[in-house]
Every structure is written in C-alpha cells, then in structure tokens.
Design a protein around this ligand. Structure first.
Ligand code: 13P
Length: 260
C-alpha cells in the first residue's frame, strides 16, 4: 500500500483583499513554524495570488492554488482567467468543479472535465470536487451521483493525469453548515471514489490517488476524519481564514488516532 502524503488545502472563497491575504500568509508561516508533516496549499482569490506569492517568498512549506480557471487557453472570454496566467504566478494547484461553481455558475461535469485537461496540459494540478446534495443523499442517490461525477469529471485521464490530480469529496450539505459528515460516512464515500477510480484506471493508480474531505472541517474534527483509511487530506473553507484554526487542522490531521 503506497503512503499517500496528506494534503490540506484552504479554500478562501471570496474572502480577503490582497492586503489582508498578505497578513494571513505571514501569520500562517509563523504558526506553521516550518512544519512539513503534510502538503499545505492555500487557494486565495485571484486578486491575492501575487501578494500571497510575495508573502511566501522562498518559503516552500505552503503551495499556492487557485479556486477556478477557464477551460480555453486564451481568447475573447471577458472576465476569465487562463491556466497559463495562473502558472505564470507560480500557482501549482487549481480547485475545479467546486459545488458553488456547479450551483451558482452552471458548471457541469463536462466543463469540469475540459478544465481538468486544460489545467494538466498547463502543468497545474487539479483538485476535482465532487459531492451530493442533501436531497440526493436522502433519496438514496449518493453513490450514483458521486460515481457519475468522478467518471465524467475525470474522463479521458491518462496515468500521468491521475498522478497529478487530487479528488475532493465535499458533501454539499456539509459545506458552511457546521454539519460534518461523520468519519464513517466520509470514509464510505471515499472508499467508493477509490473503487470507482480503480475501475477506470486500475489499482496501482487508485492506491496512489489522494482524496480530500471537505465540509465544515474544524480543528476538533480533523483528526478523526483524517485517520480514516481513505481520507488523505482536507479542503477547508471557513476555518482556513484564520491562521490559528487552519494550522491546528494541519497539525491535528497529521496525528495518529490514539488507541485507548
Ligand atoms: P467549509 O469548510 O466552510 O464548510 O467549506 C468547505 C468548502 O467548500 C471547501 O472547499
């Protein structure tokens, strides 16, 4: 069984000006204090990428990610941002298909798939988000919805494409609601995602794929969630806007569960 290095990403959503972002990065670096037990990524708004990069300077314990990009490489798409533009700002990761993009901006699995291929060609690492709504879960359709999202969002992936990709399971009902999936509920879906990838690409690839959980991750629930066998990281929204709570999540996530 390959060891999957934990990956904890902060999705700042539409929060923090460029100036506020710089302050948060400085605070994070101080509190992380060179901790390197996990891969740490921050995904500020586009307008903060430069100031975050400047605040990071030569520090390598935090990577930069973006929250979205356009599927085309360039052209007449007013207001959009391309993969090359991100790459040029030293961005390494890009969140794609977040449920808020799907819900408010009409992103479909097909668009997410196009974006993923464009991102990978530009040498960005996609964090592909999937997850069911509350009504889908209550209707007993969780497995069907999540399986289809994984299959369609990652269609046409080669072995190399899988090797740079991360999947984030974010149950829509747990995002920003304070309701977290229990570690068992999350583990069930993560195992399902890994099995889906195994069917698409084989066991060697699915064993290596990192799958993050997202949805009301907080310092006090991170450890139990991340001790589940198929949970390899977290995609953190609200709690990533505060250096103390984000660093506590990172450190807790890397602790082994104590067996009492
Ligand atoms: P919260 O952690 O605020 O629930 O947000 C989760 C999320 O959407 C991360 O992408």
């Amino acid at each position: 069984m390959p060891v999957r290095r934990k990956i904890i990403a902060g999705n700042w959503k539409m929060n923090k000006t460029a100036t506020e972002s710089q302050i948060l990065v400085a605070d994070l670096l101080e509190k992380l204090n060179k901790f390197d037990g996990a891969e740490v990524v921050i995904c500020p708004p586009f307008t903060s990428l430069v100031s975050c990069q400047q605040a990071l300077g030569k520090h390598t314990e935090i990577d930069l990610g973006a929250q979205n990009m356009h599927q085309e490489t360039s052209g007449a798409y007013t207001g959009e941002i391309s993969a090359a533009m991100l790459k040029d700002l030293f961005v390494r990761f890009v969140i794609l298909g977040h449920s808020e993009r799907r819900q408010y901006f009409g992103e479909t699995d097909e668009i997410v798939n196009q974006k993923a291929h464009t991102a990978i060609k530009a040498r960005l690492r996609p964090i592909l988000c999937v997850g069911e709504t509350l009504s889908e879960r209550e209707a007993g359709k969780m497995a069907q919805v999540v399986t289809k999202q994984v299959q369609a969002s990652c269609a046409g992936f080669t072995e190399d494409d899988w090797s740079v990709s991360v999947i984030a399971y974010e149950p829509v009902w747990a995002i920003g609601t304070g309701k977290t999936a229990t570690p068992e509920q999350a583990q069930e879906v993560h195992a399902l995602i890994r099995a889906t990838v195994e069917k698409m690409a084989g066991k060697a690839i699915s064993d290596k794929l990192r799958i993050q959980y997202g949805g009301s991750v907080k310092p006090d629930n991170a450890r139990l969630l991340l001790n589940q066998p198929d949970i390899d990281g977290a995609l953190v929204g609200g709690a990533s806007l505060d250096a103390e709570s984000f660093v506590a999540i990172i450190k807790n996530a890397c602790q082994k569960e104590e067996i009492s």
